[in-house]
Structures are given as structure tokens and as C-alpha cells.
Design a protein around this ligand. Structure first.
Ligand SMILES: Cc1cc2nc3c(=O)[nH]c(=O)nc-3n(C[C@H](O)[C@H](O)[C@H](O)COP(=O)(O)OP(=O)(O)OC[C@H]3O[C@@H](n4cnc5c(N)ncnc54)[C@H](O)[C@@H]3O)c2cc1C
Length: 387
């Protein structure tokens, strides 16, 4: 494959939700020509493998704000892109198994409410109203926000792909970025298995492989890929509105419009992408046990399919957004853990600003790549992670 041009304003590595949304914001800002590269196919990364959860209940204000902006974007998605992403705002229900977890949820609840979102703390009876059939004693309480919900990932990726191509963005699938080209201290191009192109900016939106790409550019980063598994059951008559989550074991599940339960649970895997993404029998049995323990009514339900993908984790739980101070022109859009789909619309707007050299309205101590370079721990961390 050869590229249409020898030079681009920016080359974005990764045609997942983050890379495509970044291309969209850049193209709308009139910054062209733009190239998006992906060595796989559309949705081959985490963007085609996730649970579609979109929540605004977070421990830190900055994440609540990004998520609230993203919810507004997903509400508009059909109008903006002409594709229905089935954004169903059926809420997110966090379960607390003990008073300690309920106190933590109460603190989260305060942060979320202080940002103007009507999240509620629930007792056991309140939880049972949102989760009919919950096993007696399975939760002492929980937290709930009705405007959280779920999207279908595939039409979102596809809608963005079509939108950016209409805006003149070149999307090259099956092309691998091998590294960057430098002139002195500055980035001047990207090298690929289809040849090199000149560009002033390379955006690292490579999801679980972002650490590998940064290292190919000569930059050490603390991102670590972790494998996460998920399954879908046979369909059931609709009975469940919210996404249900339990932080203690990373259990989460929702019911799709087709009636399937789709969800995951944390089982340990060797960190890194080198072992690929096989599913494990251990996950299927642990997940089935956890689900049936919580909801005895689903015992006997068949599992239709199971699959896996990578999270791209950072030490403090915040994504990495902005230009790398060690290599001007190399812009990070990664480290989204298990939450890149829900944060992509708003986070990628800041990535585009960084590419254009505009002010990024995020606290650099939480989001900037440079936060890992200096001494001292981050002032805050976003620990309400799941899966
Ligand atoms: C099981 C599971 C459940 C999840 N559930 C949720 C959820 O409910 N809600 C949520 O918000 N998020 C969830 N996530 C996380 C979410 O899927 C990711 O954070 C998000 O999709 C990341 O998008 P991305 O565009 O950054 O990366 P990806 O979608 O992974 O795209 C990165 C792309 O980069 C390409 N690439 C990598 N290296 C190179 C290279 N060198 N050259 C060229 N191309 C390259 C890859 O082929 C890939 O297509 C989940 C993830 C998993 C695995």
C-alpha cells in the first residue's frame, strides 16, 4: 500500500474509537491533511471488544467532567454521524457487599453530586428495585445514576470511520507504524511497513499496544497492557435496565436490547500483549459462578460466546493526553484502562488541541505525559476502576 501523499499534518496510529475521534476533531478544526494508520482491521482493538459501558460516577472531578461531556456526545451521536449507537441511559448500579465499600461509594457519590449529577446512594431494598432477583444479602447497598448507560461500540466506530473519510481523512488499514523519524530533537515523520511519510505530529492512539509504540519511538512509558475477558449469554426476556458493577471482583454486566447478558470479571493474566487474546475456561467458570451467585435466576443460562481484549493501564488510573515533553510532535492519546470507549469523545477533543498546539484544559498533574517523568507521586489517582 502506498499513501496518497508524501506529507500529512498529523499521522494518528490506531483506528479505534480514540484515534478516529481525534481525527474527527482535527478534521473539523480544518487541520489537514490527516492520516490514520492501523495494522489491524476496524474494531480489532479494544474498541471492538468492550462492554459498551458509559458512566459518570468516578472518584475524581476531572474524570466526572470528561465523562459528562462524553455522555452528551453519545446522546448526539445519531444526529452528528447518522449512525444509531443504541445509547441506552438505563443507569449504572454499583453494588456494595459490605459497609466499607458502601462508605467508599458514599464518598464517590458526594463528588458526583457536587458536579451537579443526581446520583443516589441506595440501601439493600433500593438495590433490589434496580436489580430484580438479586440474591438475599448479596448487597448491603449501592450507588446509582440514571443518566449513565451503555452504547453499542460497532456503529460508533463505523460511524466515525465514515465521517472522517467524508471529511477527507485518509484511513490506511493493514499498515503498521514501526517508529518515528527525527531531525535533531524533533519528530519529522513516521515509518511504517509501507514506507515512511513526513508529518509534524504522530498521535499514539494504539490502545493496549501504546507502550510498544512509544518504545518504538524511543520513549519509555509506564503503560501496561492487561488482558480482560468478557462473555455474552443466551437472550433473556428484558428485566434489567442498568449496567451492574461490583468493584471487589470486577464483575460487571448489562442486558443488551437483544436480551443477552454481556459482562466480565477480573481474572489474573500475565501483563503484556505477547500472549495474544485467547479466552480461558477459568474466566468462563468464575464469571458464571459470580453471576449465578448474585442472580440465581440465571442459573442454567447458556454462554453464547466469550472473547478478550486489552486494557492499557497507567499507574494512577488516569489516561495520558498530550505532547511528550521528550519528543515534540509525539502526542499521547492512551492509557485509558477499561474506560476508553466512554471517555473517547471528550478526551480526544483535548488530544486534537494538543496536536494543534492549543491549550489543553486538563490538569497536567493528572493527564499530561510528563507527570511520570519527575520525582514524586501524582497528587490524585482515579481508583474507581473495574474489570
Ligand atoms: C473486555 C473489555 C471490556 C471493556 N469495557 C469497556 C466499557 O464497558 N466501557 C469503556 O469505556 N471501555 C471499555 N473497555 C476499554 C475500551 O475498549 C478501550 O479503552 C478503548 O476501546 C480504547 O480505544 P483505543 O482507540 O484507544 O484503542 P483500540 O480500540 O485498542 O485501538 C488501537 C488500534 O491501534 C492499532 N495499533 C496498535 N499498534 C499499532 C501499530 N504499531 N501500528 C498500527 N496500528 C497499531 C491496533 O490494531 C488497534 O486497532 C473494555 C475493554 C475490554 C478489553
Amino acid at each position: 500500500m502506498t499513501f496518497a501523499r508524501p506529507e500529512y499534518r498529523a499521522a494518528i496510529v490506531g483506528a479505534g474509537i480514540v484515534g478516529l475521534y481525534t481525527a474527527y476533531h482535527l478534521a473539523r478544526a480544518g487541520a489537514g491533511p490527516l492520516l490514520v494508520l492501523d495494522r489491524g482491521f476496524l474494531s480489532s482493538g479494544g474498541s471492538g471488544r468492550n462492554g459498551g459501558g458509559v458512566r459518570q460516577q468516578w472518584e475524581t472531578r476531572s474524570t466526572v467532567r470528561l465523562a459528562r461531556e462524553a455522555v452528551a456526545a453519545y446522546r448526539r451521536f445519531g444526529r452528528d454521524f447518522g449512525h444509531n449507537v443504541w445509547f441506552r441511559q438505563g443507569g449504572y448500579l454499583f453494588l456494595a457487599e459490605d459497609p466499607g465499600e458502601l462508605s467508599r461509594l458514599a464518598r464517590v457519590n458526594e463528588v458526583v453530586r457536587s458536579e451537579g449529577l443526581p446520583a443516589r446512594l441506595l440501601d439493600a431494598a433500593g438495590v433490589a428495585r434496580h436489580l430484580p432477583g438479586i440474591a438475599p444479602g448479596a448487597a448491603v447497598g449501592g450507588a446509582y445514576l440514571g443518566s449513565d448507560g451503555t452504547v453499542y461500540p460497532f456503529p460508533a466506530v463505523w460511524g466515525l470511520y465514515e465521517a472522517v473519510r467524508r471529511l477527507g481523512v485518509e484511513v490506511a488499514l493493514g499498515v503498521e507504524a514501526l517508529g518515528v523519524e527525527r531531525d535533531g530533537g524533533r519528530l519529522v515523520g513516521v515509518s511504517t511497513d509501507s514506507g515512511g511519510v513526513r508529518t509534524r505530529a504522530v498521535v499514539n492512539a494504539a490502545g493496549g499496544w501504546s507502550g510498544e509504540l512509544s518504545r518504538r519511538a524511543g520513549l519509555e512509558v509506564p503503560n501496561v497492557a492487561s488482558r480482560h475477558e468478557i462473555f455474552a449469554t443466551e437472550p433473556l426476556k428484558p428485566f434489567l435496565d442498568p449496567m451492574v458493577v461490583r468493584a471487589s471482583d470486577g464483575l460487571y454486566f448489562s442486558q443488551t436490547v437483544r436480551g443477552e447478558l454481556v459482562g466480565g470479571l477480573t481474572v489474573p493474566h500475565v501483563p503484556g500483549t505477547q500472549r495474544g487474546v485467547p479466552s480461558s475456561p477459568r474466566f468462563v467458570t468464575s464469571m458464571a459462578r459470580a453471576l449465578v451467585g448474585l442472580l440465581p435466576r440465571v442459573a442454567g443460562l447458556g454462554v453464547l460466546r466469550a472473547w478478550t481484549g486489552f486494557y492499557d493501564d497507567t499507574p494512577d488510573g488516569f489516561p495520558v493526553i498530550g505532547e511528550d515533553p521528550r519528543l515534540p510532535g509525539f502526542v499521547h492519546a492512551n492509557g485509558f484502562g477499561g474506560h476508553g470507549f466512554m471517555l473517547a469523545p471528550s478526551a480526544s477533543r483535548r488530544v486534537a488541541a494538543a496536536v494543534l498546539g492549543e491549550r489543553v484544559d486538563l490538569d497536567p498533574r493528572e493527564f499530561a505525559p510528563g507527570r511520570f517523568l519527575g520525582p514524586g507521586a501524582a497528587p490524585t489517582a482515579e481508583r474507581l476502576q473495574l474489570g
